[in-house]
Write a protein that binds this ligand. Structure first.
Ligand code: FES
Ligand code: FES
Length: 175
């Protein structure tokens, strides 16, 4: 069957078997290598992407369920030259070590910041409890989330802009 969706600002169409997982289609058919697979059971959060503005486990989502949706992976949030506010905060606060969990955290925090105005550390940790990191001890990840929350502004909402960073200038994408 055909599945049509928008991934990181680009309209894509893929031919898939109905049982295919969105995580596999994003990685293998659509070359989104930032979608990491840890447990493939919905436990670790490494495969988290943003679908229609909501953080979802792509390993628990069948590709046909993504028909007509807008999906953002970490590649659509920023580039190495022009990282998003959350990606910059992870770098500044050393919020990663091996980096395996990082794309999932970045997507989860990006979706969360688009949804809430303020959170204390307890609420923040609870909101991120669905993502597992084996390296960092979480302290710097929480610091990165707080920094991103403090530094964000309207132009940083990649979700509202529909994703697909052009890499030219922060906040310029899709108008
Ligand atoms: S790979 Fe999807 S939650 Fe672990
Ligand atoms: S930085 Fe290694 S698993 Fe999180």
């Amino acid at each position: 069957m055909k599945v049509r969706l928008t991934v990181n600002g680009e309209d894509r169409e893929v031919e898939v078997e109905p049982r295919r997982l969105l995580s596999d289609v994003l990685r293998h058919e659509l070359d989104c290598q930032g979608v990491h697979l840890g447990c493939e059971h919905g436990v670790c959060g490494a495969c988290t992407v943003i679908m229609d503005g909501v953080a979802v486990r792509s390993c628990l989502t069948l590709a046909p369920q993504a028909e007509g949706t807008t999906v953002l992976t970490t590649e659509g949030l920023g580039t190495p030259e022009h990282p998003s506010v959350v990606q910059r905060a992870f770098k500044t606060e050393h919020g990663l070590q091996c980096g395996f969990c990082t794309p999932g955290f970045v997507c989860a925090i990006t979706a969360m910041l688009d949804d809430v105005d303020e959170m204390d550390d307890g609420e923040l940790r609870e909101a991120l409890a669905g993502n597992i990191c084996r390296c960092t001890g979480y302290a710097n990840i929480v610091k990165a989330a707080r920094r991103a929350a403090a530094e964000r502004d309207e132009s940083d909402s990649v979700i509202r802009q529909g994703g697909g960073c052009c890499g030219e200038q922060r906040g310029c994408c899709n108008g």
